[in-house]
Design a protein around this ligand. Structure first.
Ligand code: C2E
Ligand code: MG
Ligand code: MG
Length: 613
């Protein structure tokens, strides 16, 4: 395709036009000279354009060839502009475990240890100031995971560009001083190579180019927690050993025990279709029973896969992407597999960003307490409030606790957030009560908080700090699948000793509700809103509510009905002698600043509901 620029074509036309004009005014002798000169100029211009065209093409071809060459080097190669990376080859990404994108955000000094970064900066400075033409140095590099690696580095100043200085260099691994454990190793329990060996082998594949491409499959054994909880840890270990044998029988080589209940498989030079066949075969292999404690045990596995170099250009990213794929597969349904794709990557990125934001939410004052009134159905008065947390995200708006509380549990910051919630709610209620109210307060505890070592101490200190009377506080707990009820009973007993009430929240939705009632020192039961809310309120559910309230009466537990939305609900609950009601009929959760101004409206709703009765 002809790629002459507009101005070049303009130039050709102008030469022709000028020759024509000259011809119209000149004598015949002079005309010949002018014609010759004009065609010579024309030829020169065409030749120049041709050369320009050819040169441009060969330059871009040359650039492509050079890039292909450097990309395929087994040594790390880089180009710096000033002290920023503007090019790195895949080998350098592999050695330091950063992606090309990461490098583009990094400075030269960032790849070395803090102790070394002064030295690294000095070397570059000497190149910049012309004190050296090039340098060869040993530097201690730092990988993404913080492990150190000794590097032989050479660099040279190459040319200047756009005011910036360019340096090109190579990096070769000298040794790995601080990672003696990062040697190939075998996991003693399963007999399979472990995670470090996997990372080592992946690096080897990437660096030595032994394979053009490879796939990493992560395989999660779905039921390990269940086996540990029901049959004991010995059986759990047995399950892992049997799973390892099955996988090794399926794949022969390159099966690793990645961590806990996760195995990994490396497949070299493999197409997506072939890799999928491997995963199907593994799934099928696990449909047959395993023998655990001399009994048949049916186990499923969930898999996630990522491909090099399509999905990632370094080991950590390969692993992250395979993990993201597993995570995604598990959300859909256990026992399946998922191939990584950019949409999963984007979701993962969003999730990570949300996690990062949540970690900072508390220190940035983005968490807010809302309060929802609870109404005493006997006296027809507002008895107090349940404190419900909100996260006011600067870009995403108000985020529901059903979204961020599980996330806070997952990333291990629930205790910190829970502590803040308790203190804030006690402090606020104390302020209201000093104004003449006599509000009780309910605060939710996450199951993780209940198991916290120092829970009772923490509650005691908070009550003391805020001067809040324990008898006005109810702590709400919810059911979890693998609760240790004995331990919970002990912890909750300590809270009862402080004088607080303990409430079982969302009663009727878990599958362990009766065991909770039997084992724990409860004072209150909250019937889950899914029995009462308008959209669920039917004959079937009213029969269940009747039974639950009768049960609570027998056990001498105070009953709170959640999700009270209509006067009919109130009438029905009053008939059954339900103690308290909470729901949109009386008021939605409100920020502290709005609650007092809403009290007349809440009272009006109470009156209207009682009139109906
Ligand atoms: P929960 O403790 O069962 O709180 C009741 C939930 O039902 C609240 O949702 C409330 O807004 C909603 N609700 C109340 N009345 C009605 C009604 O009439 N109709 C309907 N449709 N919904 C009603 P919210 O505030 O989104 O909280 C959701 C859950 O998040 C809470 O359920 C609780 O388990 C958890 N949570 C909230 N705040 C905290 C906290 O500070 N700490 C912990 N660990 N968990 C919290
Ligand atoms: Mg609650
Ligand atoms: Mg509830």
């Amino acid at each position: 395709m002809c790629r002459y620029k507009i101005w070049e074509i303009d130039c050709l036309i102008t030469v022709h036009q000028k020759a024509g004009v000259l011809m119209s005014i000149a004598t015949p002798g002079a005309l010949t000279v002018i014609m010759l000169a004009a065609s010579a100029i024309f030829c020169l211009i065409v030749l120049w354009l041709y050369l320009h065209h050819v040169l441009q093409h060969s330059e871009s071809n040359r650039e492509t060839t050079i890039r292909e060459l450097t990309d395929s080097l087994s040594d790390g190669a880089f180009i710096l502009k000033n002290d920023h990376f503007i090019y790195v080859n895949p080998s350098l990404c592999a050695v330091l475990d950063y992606s090309i994108k990461d490098f583009k955000r990094m400075k030269w000094q960032d790849i070395t240890t803090v102790e070394n970064s002064g030295n690294a900066a000095q070397l570059l400075k000497e190149l910049r100031e012309g004190k050296r033409r090039e340098f060869q140095a040993k530097l201690t590099g730092v990988r993404r995971d913080g492990s150190k690696i000794l590097l032989n580095v050479t660099a040279k100043r190459v040319s200047s560009s756009g005011g910036g200085k360019l340096y090109a260099g190579t990096i070769r691994v000298a040794s790995e001083p601080s990672a003696p454990s990062d040697q190939p190793g075998t996991d003693p329990m399963t007999g399979l190579p472990g995670r470090l060996r996997l990372r080592h082998d992946m690096l080897h594949e990437i660096l030595d180019g032994g394979a053009v491409s490879f796939a990493l499959i992560l395989v999660d054994v779905d039921g390990l927690t269940r086996v540990n909880d029901t049959l004991g840890h010995e059986a759990g270990n047995q399950l892992l050993i049997l799973a390892a044998k099955r996988l090794a029988a399926c794949e022969r080589d390159h099966v690793y025990h990645f961590q806990g209940d996760t195995f990994a498989i490396l497949l070299k030079d493999i197409s997506r279709a072939e890799a999928e066949r491997h995963m199907k075969r593994i799934s099928e292999e696990f449909t047959g029973p395993l023998s655990l404690n001399q009994s048949p045990w049916y186990e499923s596995v969930t898999m996630g896969i990522s491909f090099f170099p399509d999905d990632a250009d370094n080991r950590s990213q390969m692993i992250e992407h395979a993990e993201a794929a597993i995570h995604y597969a598990k959300k859909v349904s256990k026992g399946k597999y998922q191939i990584f794709n950019p949409a999963i990557g984007r979701k993962m990125k969003k999730q990570l960003e949300l996690e990062m934001d949540l970690r900072r939410a508390l220190s940035r004052d983005q968490l807010v307490m809302y309060y929802q009134p609870q109404i005493d159905l006997r006296s027809g008065t507002m008895q107090g409030n349940e404190a419900l947390m909100r996260w006011v995200h600067p870009n995403l708006g108000v985020i529901s606790p059903s979204v961020f509380i599980p996330l806070a549990e997952q990333i291990g910051i629930i205790e910190e957030i829970g502590e803040w919630a308790l203190e804030t709610a006690c402090r606020q209620t104390k302020i209201w009560n000093e104004l003449g109210f006599d509000f009780r307060l309910s605060v939710n505890l996450s199951p993780k908080q209940v198991l916290q070592d120092n829970l009772a101490d923490l509650v005691r200190q908070t009550l003391r700090k805020t001067h809040f009377p324990p008898q006005l506080l109810h702590l709400e707990i919810t059911e979890t699948a693998d609760a240790d009820l004995l331990m919970m009973a002990r912890k909750l007993g300590e809270l009862r000793d402080l004088g607080t009430g303990i409430s079982i929240d969302d009663f009727g939705t878990g599958y362990n509700s009766l065991n909770y009632l039997k084992a724990l020192p409860l004072t209150q039961m909250k019937i889950d809103q899914s029995f009462i809310r308008k959209d669920y309120y039917n004959q079937h559910n009213t029969a269940l509510i009747r039974t639950i309230i009768a049960l609570a009466e027998e056990l001498k537990l105070q009953v709170v009905a959640e999700g009270v939305e209509t006067a009919e609900h109130v009438r029905f609950l009053k008939q059954l002698h339900c103690d308290l009601a909470q729901g949109y009929l009386f008021g939605r959760p409100l920020p502290a600043a709005s609650l007092l101004s809403q009290i007349p409206l809440i009272n009006r709703q109470i009156t209207l509901a009682s009139l109906d009765a």
